[in-house]
Ligand binder design. Structure first.
Ligand SMILES: Nc1ncnc2c1ncn2[C@@H]1O[C@H](COP(=O)(O)OP(=O)(O)OP(=O)(O)O)[C@@H](O)[C@H]1O
Length: 226
């Protein structure tokens, strides 16, 4: 069943001399349960595309459909619910909050969804355990390695039981061992039915994907189904 579809998607920054056409009429269909990897050279528009798919950004032209519904017909509240409850986000730079412990970082999305404290703590502990970090619950990000920070970020992305994970170069700042750990976690989530859309330029990870979308200069130049 189609989960997300984009038709004729354009993204343009600036005007006149400063105009940059970043996405040039993209078309893509993503089914529920897929593991999509978007790849291509630096600057080809991968992150921009991912941000639009995750409703973090809007196109200048074209349409994003979620479950067949035009996202332009969704209210701001519906879009926020998609970001906050249906989706989980993982970024290259982790984006943890430095003044919060690992446990509190994982609790945060549940706070935004107004879950009560005892539930939050129980679930955050369970999630940290699932990423092998139960002993690091009270550590702050600066007391963790890059790989550990990314595992906290994955636990945080899972806090509200998302149906889809958007991951932008999640292994980009990690050594290969930590990178493989992160990929194995994403694979396990995919095995459990979560849809994954991931941007990477590391071609070795395309073996995890059900669909590889190759981009170049703002266009999709190839789609390979595995
Ligand atoms: N806010 C912005 N204003 C102007 N140009 C932008 C903006 N955001 C991105 N761009 C430009 O859009 C192009 C695509 O950027 P994007 O980050 O999507 O590429 P990418 O493929 O993810 O690159 P990388 O692999 O290096 O992260 C780049 O040329 C970038 O400079």
């Amino acid at each position: 069943m189609t989960f997300i579809e984009v038709k004729n998607l354009w993204k343009i920054y600036g005007k006149g001399e400063a105009k940059t056409v970043v996405l040039k009429g993209l078309n893509l269909k993503i089914d529920k349960g897929e593991f999509v990897i978007i790849t291509g050279p630096s600057g080809c528009g991968k992150s921009t595309f991912l941000n639009i798919l995750g409703l973090l950004d809007v196109p200048n032209k074209g349409m994003v459909y979620i479950n067949g519904k035009k996202t332009t017909l969704m209210s701001e509240n519906e879009r926020a619910i998609f970001r906050r409850k249906i989706s989980g986000f993982v970024f290259q730079q982790f984006h943890l909050i430095n003044t919060l412990t690992a446990l509190e970082n994982v609790e945060l999305p549940m706070m935004l969804n107004e879950m009560d404290k005892s539930y939050r703590i129980k679930r955050a502990k369970k999630l940290l355990k699932s990423v092998g970090l139960e002993k690091r619950a009270n550590h702050y990000p600066n007391q963790l390695s890059g790989g550990q920070m990314q595992r906290v970020a994955i636990a945080r992305a899972l806090a509200n039981k998302p149906k889809i994970i958007f991951a932008d170069e999640p292994t980009g700042n990690l050594d290969s061992k930590s990178g493989n750990q992160v990929m194995n976690m994403l694979r396990e989530l995919h095995d459990n039915g979560i849809t994954i859309i991931m941007v990477t330029h590391e071609l070795e990870y395309t073996r995890y994907a059900t669909k590889v979308v190759k981009m170049k200069d703002g266009e999709i130049i190839d789609i390979v189904e595995h």
